[in-house]
Design a binder for this molecule. Sequence first.
Ligand code: AMP
Ligand code: GLY
Length: 429
Amino acid sequence: MRLPESVNVLLLGSGGREHAFAWSIARSKRLARLFIAPGNAGTAACGTNVDINPNNFGSVKQFVLSNNINMVVVGPEEPLVKGIYDFFREDSQISNIPVIGPSARGARLEGSKEFAKDFMTRHGVPTAAYRSFTRKNIDEAYVFLETLKAPYVLKADGLAAGKGVLIVGSLDEAKKELGEMLGGRFGHAGDTVVIEEYLSGIECSVFVATDGKSFKVLPVAKDYKRIGEGDTGLNTGGMGAVSPVPFADGKFMDEVVSTIVKPTVDGLAKDGIEYKGFIFIGLMNVVGKPYVIEYNVRMGDPETEVVLPRIESDIIGLFEGMAFGRLDAYELAVSPLTATTVVCVSGGYPGEYVKGREISGLDKPSESIVFHAGTTAKGGKVLTAGGRVLAVTSLGGSIEEAVGKSFATIAGIEYEDKYFRTDIGKDLL
Ligand code: AMP
Ligand code: GLY
Protein backbone atom coordinates (compact mmCIF):
# COMPACT_ATOMS: atom_id res chain seq x y z
CA MET A 1 0.00 0.00 0.00
CA ARG A 2 1.07 3.55 -0.62
CA LEU A 3 -0.43 6.99 -1.01
CA PRO A 4 -1.46 8.30 -4.42
CA GLU A 5 1.20 10.44 -6.09
CA SER A 6 -0.85 13.54 -5.34
CA VAL A 7 -2.21 13.66 -1.80
CA ASN A 8 -5.06 15.47 -0.01
CA VAL A 9 -4.08 15.99 3.62
CA LEU A 10 -6.15 16.89 6.68
CA LEU A 11 -4.04 18.30 9.52
CA LEU A 12 -5.58 18.52 13.00
CA GLY A 13 -4.68 21.29 15.46
CA SER A 14 -4.32 25.05 15.72
CA GLY A 15 -0.98 26.02 17.26
CA GLY A 16 2.53 26.97 16.16
CA ARG A 17 3.36 23.29 15.76
CA GLU A 18 0.51 22.90 13.29
CA HIS A 19 1.54 26.00 11.33
CA ALA A 20 5.03 24.49 11.05
CA PHE A 21 3.51 21.19 9.85
CA ALA A 22 1.28 23.06 7.39
CA TRP A 23 4.23 25.07 6.09
CA SER A 24 6.27 21.91 5.60
CA ILE A 25 3.41 19.94 3.99
CA ALA A 26 2.66 22.88 1.66
CA ARG A 27 6.25 22.63 0.35
CA SER A 28 5.82 18.99 -0.64
CA LYS A 29 5.72 18.28 -4.35
CA ARG A 30 3.17 15.60 -3.63
CA LEU A 31 0.54 17.84 -2.04
CA ALA A 32 -2.76 18.29 -3.85
CA ARG A 33 -4.90 20.00 -1.18
CA LEU A 34 -4.20 20.76 2.48
CA PHE A 35 -6.95 21.37 5.04
CA ILE A 36 -6.30 22.38 8.64
CA ALA A 37 -8.89 21.80 11.37
CA PRO A 38 -9.31 24.29 12.90
CA GLY A 39 -5.97 26.04 12.11
CA ASN A 40 -5.17 29.70 12.74
CA ALA A 41 -4.53 32.87 10.70
CA GLY A 42 -1.08 31.54 9.73
CA THR A 43 -2.14 28.09 8.53
CA ALA A 44 -4.69 29.78 6.23
CA ALA A 45 -1.73 30.83 4.06
CA CYS A 46 -0.67 27.17 3.60
CA GLY A 47 -4.06 25.59 2.94
CA THR A 48 -7.73 25.86 3.83
CA ASN A 49 -8.85 26.16 7.44
CA VAL A 50 -11.98 24.22 8.32
CA ASP A 51 -14.02 24.81 11.43
CA ILE A 52 -13.92 21.32 12.93
CA ASN A 53 -12.98 20.34 16.48
CA PRO A 54 -10.26 17.63 16.25
CA ASN A 55 -11.88 15.82 19.20
CA ASN A 56 -15.17 15.46 17.33
CA PHE A 57 -14.25 12.29 15.44
CA GLY A 58 -17.63 12.05 13.72
CA SER A 59 -17.14 15.46 12.10
CA VAL A 60 -13.56 14.58 11.14
CA LYS A 61 -14.85 11.40 9.45
CA GLN A 62 -17.54 13.28 7.51
CA PHE A 63 -14.98 15.81 6.29
CA VAL A 64 -12.54 13.08 5.25
CA LEU A 65 -15.23 11.29 3.25
CA SER A 66 -16.66 14.35 1.56
CA ASN A 67 -13.29 15.86 0.60
CA ASN A 68 -11.48 12.79 -0.64
CA ILE A 69 -8.80 13.07 2.09
CA ASN A 70 -5.96 10.56 1.69
CA MET A 71 -4.22 11.05 5.03
CA VAL A 72 -4.88 12.61 8.46
CA VAL A 73 -1.97 14.13 10.41
CA VAL A 74 -2.64 14.68 14.12
CA GLY A 75 -0.82 17.58 15.83
CA PRO A 76 -1.95 17.59 19.49
CA GLU A 77 -2.11 14.70 21.98
CA GLU A 78 -5.76 14.93 22.99
CA PRO A 79 -7.36 13.29 19.92
CA LEU A 80 -4.65 10.59 20.09
CA VAL A 81 -5.25 9.83 23.75
CA LYS A 82 -8.99 9.77 22.95
CA GLY A 83 -8.37 7.16 20.25
CA ILE A 84 -8.65 8.84 16.85
CA TYR A 85 -6.26 6.30 15.32
CA ASP A 86 -8.42 3.38 16.50
CA PHE A 87 -11.62 5.20 15.47
CA PHE A 88 -10.36 5.20 11.86
CA ARG A 89 -9.08 1.62 11.95
CA GLU A 90 -12.39 0.27 13.27
CA ASP A 91 -14.69 2.01 10.78
CA SER A 92 -14.79 0.24 7.39
CA GLN A 93 -15.68 3.49 5.58
CA ILE A 94 -12.37 5.09 6.62
CA SER A 95 -10.16 2.19 7.73
CA ASN A 96 -8.01 2.62 4.59
CA ILE A 97 -7.15 6.25 5.45
CA PRO A 98 -3.83 6.47 7.29
CA VAL A 99 -3.71 8.48 10.51
CA ILE A 100 -0.28 9.77 11.51
CA GLY A 101 -0.23 9.20 15.26
CA PRO A 102 -0.23 6.24 17.65
CA SER A 103 -3.13 4.02 18.67
CA ALA A 104 -4.81 4.87 21.98
CA ARG A 105 -2.66 2.21 23.67
CA GLY A 106 0.47 3.88 22.32
CA ALA A 107 -0.82 7.30 23.35
CA ARG A 108 -0.83 6.10 26.97
CA LEU A 109 2.92 6.75 26.91
CA GLU A 110 1.86 10.38 27.29
CA GLY A 111 -1.62 9.92 28.76
CA SER A 112 -0.42 8.00 31.83
CA LYS A 113 2.88 8.66 33.58
CA GLU A 114 2.55 5.35 35.43
CA PHE A 115 2.08 3.45 32.15
CA ALA A 116 5.12 5.24 30.69
CA LYS A 117 7.31 4.48 33.70
CA ASP A 118 6.24 0.82 33.75
CA PHE A 119 6.95 0.61 29.98
CA MET A 120 10.46 2.01 30.51
CA THR A 121 11.17 -0.43 33.33
CA ARG A 122 9.86 -3.38 31.32
CA HIS A 123 12.08 -2.52 28.35
CA GLY A 124 15.19 -1.40 30.22
CA VAL A 125 15.00 2.27 29.19
CA PRO A 126 17.00 4.45 31.62
CA THR A 127 14.76 6.73 33.70
CA ALA A 128 14.54 8.08 37.25
CA ALA A 129 13.70 5.51 39.96
CA TYR A 130 10.01 5.78 40.93
CA ARG A 131 6.96 4.33 42.59
CA SER A 132 3.32 5.11 42.03
CA PHE A 133 0.60 5.54 44.63
CA THR A 134 -3.16 6.09 44.99
CA ARG A 135 -5.23 7.39 47.89
CA LYS A 136 -5.45 3.82 49.20
CA ASN A 137 -1.73 3.54 49.91
CA ILE A 138 -0.96 7.16 50.73
CA ASP A 139 0.71 6.08 53.98
CA GLU A 140 3.22 4.03 51.97
CA ALA A 141 3.77 7.11 49.78
CA TYR A 142 4.70 9.18 52.84
CA VAL A 143 7.17 6.47 53.92
CA PHE A 144 8.63 6.33 50.36
CA LEU A 145 9.10 10.12 50.34
CA GLU A 146 11.11 9.79 53.56
CA THR A 147 13.55 7.45 51.80
CA LEU A 148 14.26 10.06 49.07
CA LYS A 149 16.45 13.14 49.15
CA ALA A 150 15.25 16.66 48.29
CA PRO A 151 14.11 17.97 45.85
CA TYR A 152 11.04 15.75 45.50
CA VAL A 153 9.37 15.09 42.13
CA LEU A 154 5.60 14.42 42.16
CA LYS A 155 3.69 13.72 38.94
CA ALA A 156 -0.05 13.43 38.44
CA ASP A 157 -0.57 10.27 36.37
CA GLY A 158 -2.96 11.71 33.77
CA LEU A 159 -3.00 14.65 31.36
CA ALA A 160 -3.03 17.86 33.40
CA ALA A 161 -2.36 20.49 30.73
CA GLY A 162 1.36 20.50 31.52
CA LYS A 163 0.74 21.46 35.14
CA GLY A 164 0.79 18.03 36.73
CA VAL A 165 4.50 17.91 37.65
CA LEU A 166 5.64 19.42 40.95
CA ILE A 167 9.22 19.73 42.11
CA VAL A 168 9.37 20.74 45.76
CA GLY A 169 12.25 21.50 48.08
CA SER A 170 11.22 20.12 51.47
CA LEU A 171 9.77 16.86 52.77
CA ASP A 172 6.91 18.63 54.58
CA GLU A 173 5.92 20.47 51.41
CA ALA A 174 6.14 17.23 49.40
CA LYS A 175 3.79 15.47 51.82
CA LYS A 176 1.33 18.36 51.74
CA GLU A 177 1.35 18.54 47.92
CA LEU A 178 0.96 14.76 47.65
CA GLY A 179 -2.11 14.92 49.90
CA GLU A 180 -3.63 17.64 47.71
CA MET A 181 -2.86 15.82 44.46
CA LEU A 182 -4.42 12.58 45.67
CA GLY A 183 -7.23 14.68 47.14
CA GLY A 184 -8.31 15.77 43.65
CA ARG A 185 -6.44 19.00 42.84
CA PHE A 186 -5.93 17.82 39.25
CA GLY A 187 -9.25 15.98 39.10
CA HIS A 188 -8.96 12.34 38.03
CA ALA A 189 -5.56 13.04 36.44
CA GLY A 190 -4.22 12.94 40.02
CA ASP A 191 -5.94 9.73 41.17
CA THR A 192 -2.55 8.09 40.79
CA VAL A 193 0.66 9.98 41.58
CA VAL A 194 4.15 8.94 40.50
CA ILE A 195 6.91 9.92 42.91
CA GLU A 196 10.37 9.80 41.41
CA GLU A 197 14.01 10.48 42.02
CA TYR A 198 15.23 13.94 41.02
CA LEU A 199 17.66 13.98 38.08
CA SER A 200 20.13 16.80 37.81
CA GLY A 201 21.42 17.81 34.36
CA ILE A 202 20.54 19.60 31.11
CA GLU A 203 17.40 18.72 29.17
CA CYS A 204 16.88 18.23 25.46
CA SER A 205 14.11 16.89 23.25
CA VAL A 206 14.67 14.02 20.84
CA PHE A 207 12.05 13.43 18.14
CA VAL A 208 11.57 10.06 16.52
CA ALA A 209 9.33 9.13 13.60
CA THR A 210 8.35 5.46 13.64
CA ASP A 211 6.22 2.97 11.72
CA GLY A 212 6.22 0.68 14.75
CA LYS A 213 9.27 -1.33 13.56
CA SER A 214 11.89 1.00 12.18
CA PHE A 215 12.52 4.63 13.02
CA LYS A 216 14.20 7.85 11.94
CA VAL A 217 15.70 10.20 14.49
CA LEU A 218 14.74 13.77 13.57
CA PRO A 219 16.82 16.84 14.53
CA VAL A 220 17.32 17.24 18.27
CA ALA A 221 16.10 20.43 19.96
CA LYS A 222 16.10 22.27 23.26
CA ASP A 223 13.16 24.31 24.46
CA TYR A 224 12.92 27.14 26.96
CA LYS A 225 10.01 26.46 29.27
CA ARG A 226 9.84 29.33 31.71
CA ILE A 227 8.42 32.79 31.17
CA GLY A 228 11.40 34.82 32.41
CA GLU A 229 14.94 35.53 31.26
CA GLY A 230 17.47 32.98 32.54
CA ASP A 231 14.69 30.35 32.61
CA THR A 232 13.02 31.81 35.69
CA GLY A 233 9.40 32.27 36.73
CA LEU A 234 6.34 30.27 35.81
CA ASN A 235 6.27 27.33 33.40
CA THR A 236 4.78 27.99 29.96
CA GLY A 237 4.04 25.91 26.89
CA GLY A 238 7.49 26.96 25.64
CA MET A 239 9.12 30.35 24.96
CA GLY A 240 11.64 29.37 22.31
CA ALA A 241 13.70 26.52 20.92
CA VAL A 242 17.03 25.78 19.28
CA SER A 243 18.13 22.95 16.96
CA PRO A 244 20.67 21.34 16.88
CA VAL A 245 21.79 21.24 20.52
CA PRO A 246 25.59 21.51 20.85
CA PHE A 247 25.90 19.11 23.81
CA ALA A 248 23.82 16.45 22.00
CA ASP A 249 26.83 15.47 19.88
CA GLY A 250 27.36 12.28 17.88
CA LYS A 251 28.55 10.26 20.87
CA PHE A 252 25.62 11.36 23.06
CA MET A 253 23.10 10.70 20.28
CA ASP A 254 24.57 7.23 19.64
CA GLU A 255 23.97 6.48 23.31
CA VAL A 256 20.42 7.92 23.05
CA VAL A 257 19.66 5.69 20.06
CA SER A 258 21.11 2.48 21.52
CA THR A 259 19.86 2.82 25.11
CA ILE A 260 16.59 4.69 24.56
CA VAL A 261 15.21 4.98 21.01
CA LYS A 262 15.79 1.38 19.90
CA PRO A 263 14.53 -0.23 23.15
CA THR A 264 11.48 2.07 23.00
CA VAL A 265 10.52 1.16 19.43
CA ASP A 266 11.31 -2.54 20.03
CA GLY A 267 9.26 -2.33 23.25
CA LEU A 268 6.23 -1.05 21.35
CA ALA A 269 6.50 -3.99 18.95
CA LYS A 270 7.00 -6.52 21.78
CA ASP A 271 3.96 -5.15 23.61
CA GLY A 272 1.92 -5.36 20.39
CA ILE A 273 1.26 -1.61 20.38
CA GLU A 274 0.40 -0.07 17.00
CA TYR A 275 2.40 3.10 16.59
CA LYS A 276 2.76 4.99 13.32
CA GLY A 277 3.57 8.40 14.62
CA PHE A 278 6.03 10.64 16.39
CA ILE A 279 7.65 9.95 19.74
CA PHE A 280 8.95 12.99 21.57
CA ILE A 281 11.44 11.92 24.18
CA GLY A 282 12.21 14.46 26.90
CA LEU A 283 15.73 13.64 28.08
CA MET A 284 17.99 14.66 30.90
CA ASN A 285 21.72 14.58 30.17
CA VAL A 286 23.13 13.50 33.54
CA VAL A 287 26.91 13.85 33.18
CA GLY A 288 26.85 12.54 29.61
CA LYS A 289 24.33 9.77 30.18
CA PRO A 290 20.77 10.20 28.87
CA TYR A 291 17.72 9.44 31.03
CA VAL A 292 14.10 9.70 29.92
CA ILE A 293 12.10 12.35 31.78
CA GLU A 294 8.95 11.78 29.76
CA TYR A 295 7.48 10.51 26.53
CA ASN A 296 5.04 12.54 24.47
CA VAL A 297 3.21 10.95 21.56
CA ARG A 298 3.33 13.96 19.24
CA MET A 299 5.81 16.59 18.17
CA GLY A 300 6.75 19.36 20.63
CA ASP A 301 5.67 22.96 20.48
CA PRO A 302 7.75 25.14 19.90
CA GLU A 303 10.34 22.47 19.02
CA THR A 304 8.54 21.57 15.78
CA GLU A 305 9.10 25.14 14.63
CA VAL A 306 12.88 24.48 14.62
CA VAL A 307 12.86 20.78 13.72
CA LEU A 308 10.74 20.89 10.53
CA PRO A 309 12.50 23.88 8.90
CA ARG A 310 15.72 21.81 9.08
CA ILE A 311 14.19 18.80 7.30
CA GLU A 312 14.92 19.07 3.60
CA SER A 313 13.43 15.78 2.39
CA ASP A 314 9.75 15.55 1.43
CA ILE A 315 7.54 15.32 4.53
CA ILE A 316 4.71 13.51 2.74
CA GLY A 317 7.25 10.79 1.91
CA LEU A 318 8.10 10.63 5.62
CA PHE A 319 4.41 10.25 6.55
CA GLU A 320 3.98 7.60 3.87
CA GLY A 321 6.91 5.61 5.27
CA MET A 322 5.41 5.85 8.77
CA ALA A 323 1.91 4.87 7.66
CA PHE A 324 2.86 1.89 5.48
CA GLY A 325 5.79 0.38 7.40
CA ARG A 326 8.40 1.49 4.90
CA LEU A 327 10.25 4.08 6.93
CA ASP A 328 13.58 2.28 6.52
CA ALA A 329 13.49 3.17 2.81
CA TYR A 330 12.97 6.88 3.48
CA GLU A 331 16.03 9.09 3.12
CA LEU A 332 15.88 11.81 5.72
CA ALA A 333 17.82 14.91 4.68
CA VAL A 334 18.62 17.44 7.40
CA SER A 335 20.05 20.93 6.95
CA PRO A 336 23.35 21.53 8.79
CA LEU A 337 22.17 25.05 9.65
CA THR A 338 21.05 26.07 13.12
CA ALA A 339 17.38 26.96 13.61
CA THR A 340 16.08 29.08 16.46
CA THR A 341 12.56 30.12 17.27
CA VAL A 342 11.55 32.92 19.62
CA VAL A 343 7.98 32.85 20.89
CA CYS A 344 6.08 36.13 21.23
CA VAL A 345 3.36 35.92 23.88
CA SER A 346 0.55 38.09 25.19
CA GLY A 347 1.61 40.15 28.22
CA GLY A 348 0.44 38.41 31.41
CA TYR A 349 0.80 34.88 30.01
CA PRO A 350 0.96 32.20 31.49
CA GLY A 351 -1.44 33.99 33.84
CA GLU A 352 -4.35 36.09 32.62
CA TYR A 353 -3.97 38.02 29.38
CA VAL A 354 -6.09 39.91 26.88
CA LYS A 355 -6.98 38.41 23.48
CA GLY A 356 -8.09 40.20 20.32
CA ARG A 357 -5.20 42.67 19.95
CA GLU A 358 -4.44 43.63 16.36
CA ILE A 359 -1.05 42.44 15.08
CA SER A 360 0.75 44.67 12.56
CA GLY A 361 3.95 44.18 10.57
CA LEU A 362 3.33 40.55 9.62
CA ASP A 363 3.71 41.35 5.91
CA LYS A 364 7.09 43.07 6.18
CA PRO A 365 9.86 41.26 4.33
CA SER A 366 12.09 39.41 6.80
CA GLU A 367 14.69 36.69 7.00
CA SER A 368 12.47 34.60 9.31
CA ILE A 369 9.51 32.28 9.04
CA VAL A 370 6.77 33.72 11.22
CA PHE A 371 4.73 30.79 12.52
CA HIS A 372 1.39 31.68 14.08
CA ALA A 373 0.60 30.02 17.41
CA GLY A 374 -2.45 31.86 18.73
CA THR A 375 -3.94 34.12 16.07
CA THR A 376 -7.22 34.56 14.29
CA ALA A 377 -8.21 36.44 11.13
CA LYS A 378 -11.12 38.88 11.40
CA GLY A 379 -12.26 41.55 8.96
CA GLY A 380 -8.97 41.54 7.07
CA LYS A 381 -6.96 41.90 10.30
CA VAL A 382 -4.92 39.38 12.25
CA LEU A 383 -5.72 39.37 15.97
CA THR A 384 -4.06 37.70 18.96
CA ALA A 385 -6.07 34.69 20.11
CA GLY A 386 -3.93 32.98 22.73
CA GLY A 387 -1.11 33.23 25.24
CA ARG A 388 1.53 32.17 22.76
CA VAL A 389 0.93 34.32 19.68
CA LEU A 390 3.82 33.82 17.23
CA ALA A 391 6.92 31.63 16.94
CA VAL A 392 9.52 33.46 14.88
CA THR A 393 11.95 30.96 13.35
CA SER A 394 15.23 31.72 11.60
CA LEU A 395 18.07 29.67 10.16
CA GLY A 396 21.72 30.63 10.36
CA GLY A 397 25.29 29.40 10.53
CA SER A 398 25.27 29.75 14.33
CA ILE A 399 22.83 30.23 17.20
CA GLU A 400 23.77 33.94 17.39
CA GLU A 401 23.15 34.49 13.71
CA ALA A 402 19.81 32.67 13.68
CA VAL A 403 18.47 34.22 16.87
CA GLY A 404 19.63 37.67 15.72
CA LYS A 405 17.43 37.32 12.63
CA SER A 406 14.47 36.31 14.82
CA PHE A 407 14.92 39.39 17.04
CA ALA A 408 15.17 41.67 13.98
CA THR A 409 11.92 40.23 12.61
CA ILE A 410 10.17 40.55 15.98
CA ALA A 411 11.21 44.23 16.16
CA GLY A 412 9.07 44.85 13.07
CA ILE A 413 5.95 43.12 14.43
CA GLU A 414 3.72 45.00 16.85
CA TYR A 415 0.79 44.28 19.13
CA GLU A 416 -0.05 45.69 22.51
CA ASP A 417 1.77 43.99 25.41
CA LYS A 418 4.04 41.90 23.15
CA TYR A 419 6.55 39.98 25.28
CA PHE A 420 9.36 37.58 24.37
CA ARG A 421 12.55 36.27 25.97
CA THR A 422 15.80 37.81 24.72
CA ASP A 423 18.01 34.96 25.98
CA ILE A 424 16.92 32.04 23.76
CA GLY A 425 19.98 29.91 23.03
CA LYS A 426 22.33 32.00 25.18
CA ASP A 427 22.98 29.16 27.63
CA LEU A 428 24.30 27.04 24.74
CA LEU A 429 26.92 29.54 23.53
P1 AMP B 1 7.25 16.43 32.49
O1 AMP B 1 5.85 16.98 32.38
O2 AMP B 1 7.33 15.00 32.93
O3 AMP B 1 8.09 16.79 31.31
O4 AMP B 1 7.96 17.30 33.62
C1 AMP B 1 8.03 18.70 33.50
C2 AMP B 1 9.42 19.14 33.83
O5 AMP B 1 9.75 18.79 35.16
C3 AMP B 1 10.49 18.51 32.98
O6 AMP B 1 10.65 19.15 31.75
C4 AMP B 1 11.70 18.65 33.86
O7 AMP B 1 12.24 19.95 33.76
C5 AMP B 1 11.13 18.48 35.23
N1 AMP B 1 11.29 17.09 35.70
C6 AMP B 1 10.43 16.08 35.51
N2 AMP B 1 10.89 14.95 36.08
C7 AMP B 1 12.07 15.25 36.64
C8 AMP B 1 13.05 14.49 37.37
N3 AMP B 1 12.88 13.22 37.66
N4 AMP B 1 14.16 15.14 37.77
C9 AMP B 1 14.33 16.45 37.50
N5 AMP B 1 13.46 17.21 36.83
C10 AMP B 1 12.35 16.63 36.39
N1 GLY C 1 7.64 22.04 24.33
C1 GLY C 1 7.12 21.01 25.15
C2 GLY C 1 5.93 20.34 24.65
O1 GLY C 1 5.51 20.47 23.52
O2 GLY C 1 5.35 19.58 25.43
